[in-house]
Design a protein. Structure first.
Length: 329
């Protein structure tokens, strides 16, 4: 394993001028469908798309919240596992942003059959319905497909050894997207998200940034699983939305792209940054490491930069400061 250069002073001290959503290449004048559009990523994507498109949301509200969906988006209540519901939601659609999936690695471990039904088979249903509508599919994949990387940064061609049902099912969906492009000429783009954080994220689903934030704000101990030297690439939700918008119009289809920052920090550094951002004096404590947790993760963004024109705009310190104001604990 190559060493992970996480102590990047430029990263921690940087300030970026975020690109306006109106400047990002994105679908215009289309009818678009966002599956899981009431959830964390999906609802932010809906917000960005409604200005220039007719937006439809397919969600069963098992984890997403109806109040996350703006009034000018049409809601179709249904499950991606149900072909009839998906066909109804996809009628006349130009582009599908498929965000619906099992919400966490932990839930996939507890319920592997359900995980496969939602993330694996649900993605197949979406792709098959899109094929019949000739609608482009931008599919939410995950860095979990890589498992334990041999080196960092991780390129899209790295070996895929997922360590959880979640990662396996995301890889299945990722591969189906590629095969549908090859076999049927369907325009597909898979986006492999690294560690996303931002407003509306539910801490119940292992969102470590949000968990640390809430612990710090309540004055509780900030709890790190393991020794805290493990590294992660934390990407702000606005950059994930940016990547999706670009994927909606790129001519590079049938491919997968990493979505991260290309930088990483240790979990211990994250805990300290959260404590600083929240002006908390909470103690940082360590507990037993989570079984199967990987040591290091950092996205190689060369393909995303070349193929999507993607460039992350929000540094972790900026993102944490912005998130503090959203907390209500």
């Amino acid at each position: 394993m190559s060493s992970d250069d996480s102590n990047n002073s430029d990263y921690w001290n940087s300030s970026s001028d975020s690109e306006s959503s109106t400047d990002v290449p994105s679908p215009r004048g289309q009818t678009v469908l966002v599956t899981g559009g009431a959830g964390f990523v999906g609802s932010h994507l809906v917000d960005a798309l409604t200005a220039d498109n007719e937006v439809r949301v397919l969600d069963d509200f098992s984890s997403g919240k109806r109040e996350n969906v703006p009034e000018n988006a049409e809601i179709v209540e249904g499950d991606v596992r149900d072909p009839k519901a998906v066909r109804k939601a996809m009628a006349g659609v130009d582009t599908v942003f498929h965000q619906a999936a099992m919400v966490s690695v932990e839930q996939s471990v507890e319920h592997p059959l359900r995980s496969h039904a939602i993330t694996g088979n649900g993605s197949l249903v979406v792709l098959d319905c899109a094929r019949r509508e000739d609608a482009r599919v931008v599919l939410a994949s995950s860095a979990a497909v890589y498992g334990h990387p041999e080196s960092v940064p991780i390129s899209e061609s790295a070996r895929k050894t997922p360590t959880s049902p979640y990662g396996i099912d995301k890889l299945v969906a990722d591969q189906y997207a590629r095969r549908f492009s090859d076999l049927y000429g369907l325009e597909t783009v898979a986006l492999r998200y690294f560690n996303i954080y931002g407003p509306r994220q539910n801490p119940e689903y292992s969102a470590v940034v949000r968990v640390f934030m809430e612990q710090a704000k309540r004055g509780e101990e900030i709890t790190i699983e393991g020794d805290g030297t493990q590294t992660r690439d934390f990407v702000h939700i606005s950059d994930v939305v940016q990547a999706n918008l670009r994927a909606g119009v790129t001519d590079r289809t049938g491919e997968a792209f990493n979505v991260g920052t290309g930088e990483s920090v240790t979990v211990r550094e994250l805990a300290e940054a959260v404590r600083n951002a929240t002006d908390s004096s909470a103690d940082i404590v360590h507990v037993e490491p989570r079984q199967g947790d990987i040591d290091h993760s950092r996205a190689d963004l060369r393909r995303a930069r070349e193929g999507l024109g993607y460039e992350p705009t929000v540094s972790l310190p900026e993102g944490l400061r912005a998130l503090v104001g959203e907390l209500t604990v």
